[in-house]
Design a protein around this ligand. Structure first.
Ligand code: TYD
Length: 209
């Protein structure tokens, strides 16, 4: 694999989507080539699975069903989008990946961590994550930024205690894995953007056309 695979992780409400958009816009202005993609989703089939996961249904979703859907979506996305892009030497920036599953389904929902690690490895296949940018804002701060909104999609309706556990999960992963860089995302969106850009630039990932 000649390309570089970068994942961006963090709790709901940390401004991750805004940061991904700011990077994308800056790359366009500066002529930096990259493939931007997201999970759950990233291909037609994976986006359909995303809908099933995030829609509020009248029927309650079993936690293991949810996990398997995330992993099914991930396998499709990895095989169809990420692997081919890395093989052709591209920089791939993915909004959420395996760490979200450990943090949300493992630490958040309480599913067995070893089972999740095994399923993550199956879905990931033989690709490596070169760098993970963890947008670090405590879950309560993220929750406050969203105006304490408890509506939105099915996952966004979870309680504050759920998000505390998710944050603890991301934090533990950041401590364990060398590939993870904690980026303090408590400042303005432009300050955070500069930090993210610098992380990528200093590693030589930003090849201009
Ligand atoms: P999304 O709207 O993409 O959230 P955000 O903009 O905050 O990234 O919805 C994704 C939701 O799915 C989010 O609440 C996190 C959750 N999620 C998991 O629980 N497990 C996973 O493996 C992934 C990829 C996401």
């Amino acid at each position: 694999m000649n390309g570089k695979f970068v994942t961006i992780e963090g709790c709901d409400g940390v401004g991750k989507s805004t940061q991904v958009r700011l990077l994308r816009e800056r790359f366009e202005r500066e002529g930096i080539r990259a493939v931007f993609t997201r999970e759950p989703g990233g291909t037609v089939i994976a986006e359909k699975i995303r809908k099933i996961i995030l829609e509020k249904e009248t029927e309650e979703m079993d936690a293991m069903t949810e996990l398997l859907l995330y992993e099914a979506s991930r396998r499709q996305h990895t095989a169809r989008v990420i692997e081919p892009a890395l093989e052709s030497g591209k920089l791939v920036i993915c909004d959420r990946y395996v760490d979200s599953t450990l943090a949300y389904q493992g630490y958040g929902r309480g599913l067995d961590i070893e089972t999740i690690k095994r399923l993550n490895a199956v879905a990931r296949g033989h690709i490596n994550i070169d760098l993970t940018l963890f947008l670090d804002v405590t879950s309560s701060e993220g929750f406050r930024r969203k105006g304490g909104r408890a509506s939105g999609d099915r996952l966004e309706s979870e309680s504050g205690a759920f998000y505390e556990r998710v944050y603890a999960g991301f934090s533990a992963i950041a401590d364990d894995e060398k590939r993870v860089v904690r980026v303090d995302a408590s400042g303005t969106k432009f300050e955070t953007h500069e930090k993210l850009y610098a992380c990528l630039d200093s590693r030589g990932y930003l090849n201009k056309r």
